[in-house]
Ligand binder design. Sequence first.
Ligand code: NAD
Ligand code: TYD
Length: 339
Amino acid sequence: MKILVTGGAGFIGSNFIFHMREKHPAYELVCLDKLTYAGNLETLGSVMGRPGFRFIRADIADREAVYGIFAAEQPDVVVNFAAESHVDRSIENPAVFLETNVMGTQVLLDACREYGVQRYHQVSTDEVYGDLPLDRPDLFFTEQTPLHTSSPYSASKAAADLLCSAYQRTYHLPITISRCSNNYGPCQFPEKLIPLMIANALSDKPLPVYGEGLNVRDWLYVEDHCAAIDLILERGQVGQVYNIGGHNEMKNIDIVRRILAILGKPESLITHVTDRKGHDMRYAIDPSFIHRELGWLPETRFEEGIQWTVQWYLDNRAWWENIISGEYQDYYERMYANR
Ligand code: NAD
Ligand code: TYD
């Protein structure tokens, strides 16, 4: 079995590579990644050059390069993690989100048609469903919830999902799609809420909470997401969408307070800043379908997952300090100065 993992030098893709090597040591994994600002070869240090793993630098939107890789590698399965993934960046510059998330997905789908695969899996997000109101805790996203996007990021992910479904129906491409809630864990780029707050707290810098911090996200430990995708590849039904989430809804402000408490830092570091444009209020997944069909359940409780995550950032200071010392400084200035 040979799996092409696109975007494997990013947060979830790298964790997926580690998961698959542990669970399926006989599989061959090929990682295709453009190494954008969010891709980091250091993250893959422990697998680089090892038998059963190969890294190829390429852009999923580059048709010639992608076809060349398919011709040479003949993957049995493709799992597409490659994406521009940060909502705030999509508000600043939507174009690259369409290029990678939509056109890149189309190139991968065409390559799958051209060369034939047993499965193409699209890693999508609960953000394609839009948001839920805070005063309706009884509502959840199911696989039947209509797509209704808010940000250029979520719009590009929804467009990609629709393309995948169209290729399944029209060309009978063996496609599955998963839509997961917010992930946290090791190796997440420090522009996202949890690692950004950990990094700032460790440097005694202000913790920029958008608005009142009352927005709710449904947090899942990254390993649980990887295990769900593994299961979908093994036993998922072609043409099916699977929602992935662990019923772990939390307000942003409570997450930030939890991080400060773990690190023993004062709440006076919290700074409320101007809200994100079009900010989604609440995400909440109903994961009963994947539980019923495939027996998947999350294994990590938030209390332990957040402890492990904070510990990972403490133990791997060089990894994130290296990131935030470079081009990221300009991003941080643009995004947060005078906010
Ligand atoms: P990330 O930003 O950490 O990593 C993205 C990776 O894709 C990077 O390694 C980057 O170099 C690579 N990449 C970007 N553009 C590329 C291109 N044109 N060609 C090849 N490689 C390219 O993202 P992540 O958080 O690991 O998310 C992975 C996937 O999971 C995305 O599709 C995202 O939409 C989805 N997702 C993320 C979350 C979350 O909470 N992070 C939740 C649900 C779904
Ligand atoms: P983020 O990690 O960007 O994920 P997403 O927007 O895809 O859910 O943000 C999670 C929540 O945290 C979201 O409601 C925005 C908020 N947030 C802040 O309050 N401050 C920040 O500096 C960041 C990056 C996010």
